[in-house]
Design a protein around this ligand. Structure first.
Ligand SMILES: Nc1ncnc2c1ncn2[C@@H]1O[C@H](COP(=O)(O)OP(=O)(O)OP(=O)(O)O)[C@@H](O)[C@H]1O
Ligand SMILES: [Mg+2]
Length: 316
């Protein structure tokens, strides 16, 4: 079943900025859906419309098959949204925070206690029960914030950049939590992220958006296949060396879509083996001191750069 359906959605702010420009996407029930886009792509505007805090200029938004227009109260009882700033009260204990949330949603007390205990144990929050919430690390605060938002048993959970600024351990704990929410409760999860690795690890479906419109939507594998091209990677001993030879190689090899990343030059392979041979010959003939050359599969980052860069044609 479809959880969220957005069709030809337009949002024009009073200032004249068109934040959403005919966006169309579909989120299936029970999946983890990641929205990726550069700053200003329109991600927060979309979340604000889906969570009924903003009204669209035109277009359709349905939640579980029902048109959301004018039904803010009904929609809000079915969803939860964890914004970037945590909503926990550091003057209250962990359990007081959770019970407070249940009161907001009018969950009967005995049911709330059961649910709270289940959530605390499910997400490994029990070891923090005796500590003051104000002493929690950013990662634990955020996990508590998400647990709070699950007290009302939402059908859809919106997470705006759930792991921004976290170290890798906290981020992995968060990924575990998000997967558990999907697997144990069947909750549909709609998240935004700037981290491609995160979207790749977590998502059933990824939507890349640019300038208020979707560029591509599909599984991580489908997105990778989209490039359908392997890449050629030439490594140098340092960033400076790679920079020095980048321009010369670009000209000599007529590399159109090439990129300099750290100590590596990456380029798409048009003619497989013959491109590789040509490049090796050129490197050797000119005595260019490269460390290695290999054919690699494109990463999701390559797909993202390729689809969102200005000088390439957009799909869709
Ligand atoms: N309240 C507003 N009034 C006018 N313009 C706005 C408003 N909110 C956002 N915008 C503009 O709409 C566009 C989309 O903004 P939005 O915040 O939705 O992008 P975003 O993808 O969430 O970006 P970020 O990754 O930086 O959070 C931007 O050009 C932004 O400046
Ligand atoms: Mg935003």
């Amino acid at each position: 079943m479809t959880a969220i359906y957005v069709n030809d959605l337009v949002k024009k702010y009073k200032s004249g900025v068109v934040a959403l420009n005919g966006l169309t996407l579909t989120v299936r029930e029970g999946e983890i859906f990641s929205l990726l886009g550069e700053n200003g792509a329109g991600k927060s505007t979309l979340i604000n419309i889906l969570t009924t805090y903003l009204s669209p200029t035109s277009g359709t938004v349905t939640l579980f098959g029902k048109d959301t227009y004018g039904k803010a109260a009904e929609i809000r009882s079915k969803i939860s949204c964890v914004a970037q700033r945590t909503s926990i009260d550091t003057h209250l204990s962990l359990t007081e925070n959770m019970m407070f949330q249940s009161k907001l949603y009018k969950v009967p007390k005995s049911e709330a206690v059961n649910r709270m205990e289940m959530l605390i144990s499910c997400f490994g929050l029990d070891k923090y029960l005796n500590d003051s919430v104000s002493t929690y690390s950013g990662g634990v605060k955020r996990r508590l914030d998400i647990a709070l938002n699950l007290m009302s048993k939402p059908n859809v959970l919106f997470l705006d950049e759930p792991t921004v600024g976290m170290d890798i351990q906290s981020r992995m704990a968060m990924w575990d939590m998000v997967k558990k929410i999907r697997n144990n409760f069947g909750t549909t999860i709609f998240l935004t992220t700037h981290y491609l690795e995160e979207a790749d690890q977590l998502s059933d479906t990824i939507c890349i958006m640019k300038n208020g419109k979707e560029v591509i939507q599909g599984s991580p594998n489908l997105l990778r296949e989209h490039l359908r091209q392997d890449m050629l990677q030439i490594s140098f001993s340092g960033k400076k060396e790679a920079e020095n030879y980048f321009k010369a190689l670009k000209g000599a090899l007529a590399l159109k879509e090439s990129d300099l990343r750290q100590n590596k030059i990456l380029t798409s392979l048009k003619r497989g083996q013959s491109d590789l041979e040509k490049t090796i010959r050129l490197l050797l003939e000119h005595g260019i001191p490269f460390l290695g050359i290999e054919i690699i599969q494109p990463t999701l980052e390559d797909v993202f750069i390729s689809l969102t860069s200005e000088n390439r044609k957009e799909v869709s």
